[in-house]
Design a protein around this ligand. Structure first.
Ligand code: ISE
Length: 339
């Protein structure tokens, strides 16, 4: 019996996950799709046998054959969807940001703690990217000594029309927040957001790019250049600097083509291309874990931690200056180090 998944949200990411569940990941199938725009939902579900299409998320959760939920709707819709899944005992993969507002994110943590077991995984897929996994392995071998700094670059070719200055932190830098916690095994304790002059290539009024500096509990620094209308293509890089050396990922590109006196490598335009393998591995791991009767991967605590840090970042962006991060106490269910 394959796992019937209800996919909530049939936008860019939802449609990509529907394709993945239908064609890439074995042991799972798309049982239901929900999107307020039912035409979009129908289009994403076209050709899939036995799938039902809904305008309302809850109707999709109650559709026949649904045994798990993949939430790929916009962030502000996630809290209600997660609570509805919990109420039905359905395992969840929830795209980031889990719940952008920290109070709402904490309600999700508390709801899962009340269940007494993990039911949700949060979609921080960089933890499944081959490059990030290698970088983490090098840090853990200890060859570089203690890690002192992470230098991160996060560029998108262009941002969607609904993107706000806050979303550069909540939606984009959210990935670096999680990656830094996971790579360093430390919490981020303070954040300072700086704004260089805005690019003429960004929509009017959007603070793009931004330069974000995080401090960790152990005294490391993490800097992130985030630039979501860089025009050139999708680029994500990370360099860890240790006491004895450094390790860098994200420079590898498509094949280098040399012709007519120039050499050029292709740059992906989008995250669904750049991180395709990571998404595949993430969803495979999620399905396999559910089939074994448990949920692993990034937890709702990691989702909450990212929200708290991002919200401090938004305050720094608005008011300027350094903002300290003040998280709630970590429940027993999520014991262990950061990440
Ligand atoms: C988007 O939501 C993502 O998750 C992408 O990885 C990121 O690059 C982009 O900036 C976000 O908007």
């Amino acid at each position: 019996e394959s796992l019937g998944v209800a996919v909530l949200g049939a936008g860019h990411m939802g449609a990509d996950h529907i394709r993945r569940l239908d064609r890439v990941v074995s042991g799972a199938r798309v049982a239901a799709v929900a999107d307020p725009d039912t035409d979009r939902a129908k289009e994403a579900a076209a050709g899939i046998e036995g799938v039902s299409v809904h305008a309302e998320a809850e109707a999709a959760l109650d559709a026949p054959g649904v045994g798990a939920v993949l939430i790929a709707s916009p962030g502000p819709a996630h809290e209600a969807a997660l609570l509805a899944a919990f109420a039905r005992g359905l395992p969840v993969l929830c795209e980031k940001p889990m719940v952008p507002d920290p109070a709402g994110a904490l309600r999700i943590v508390e709801a899962e703690v009340r269940l007494g077991r993990r039911l949700a995984q949060v979609g921080f897929m960089r933890r499944y990217d081959a490059g990030y996994l290698r970088l983490k392995a090098v840090l853990e071998e200890g060859r570089l000594g203690r890690t002192l700094m992470l230098h991160c670059v996060h560029r998108n070719a262009a941002s969607p029309s609904f993107f706000t200055s806050e979303m550069l932190i909540e939606d984009s830098v959210a990935h670096e927040i999680d990656a830094a916690r996971w790579l360093l095994g430390e919490e981020l304790t303070a954040v300072t957001v700086l704004r260089p002059r805005a690019s003429g290539g960004a929509p009017e009024g959007l603070a793009d790019p931004q330069f974000v500096v995080f401090e960790t509990a152990g005294g490391a620094l993490v800097d992130v250049e985030v630039f979501v209308n860089c025009r050139a293509g999708y680029q994500v890089r990370c360099e860890a600097v240790g006491e004895l050396g450094s390790v860098r990922i994200g420079d590898d590109q498509g094949p280098l083509v040399t012709v007519s006196g120039s050499a050029a490598a292709e740059v992906p335009q989008d995250y669904v291309v750049r991180f395709a393998d990571a998404y595949d591995r993430e969803v495979r791991a999620w399905v396999a874990a559910i089939r074994r009767g448990r949920v692993g991967g990034p937890s709702v605590w990691d989702g909450y931690a990212a929200s708290v840090v991002a919200e401090a970042g938004v305050r720094s962006l608005r008011g300027g200056g350094r903002v300290t991060v003040e998280p709630a106490a970590r429940p027993e269910l999520y014991a262990g180090g950061a990440g």
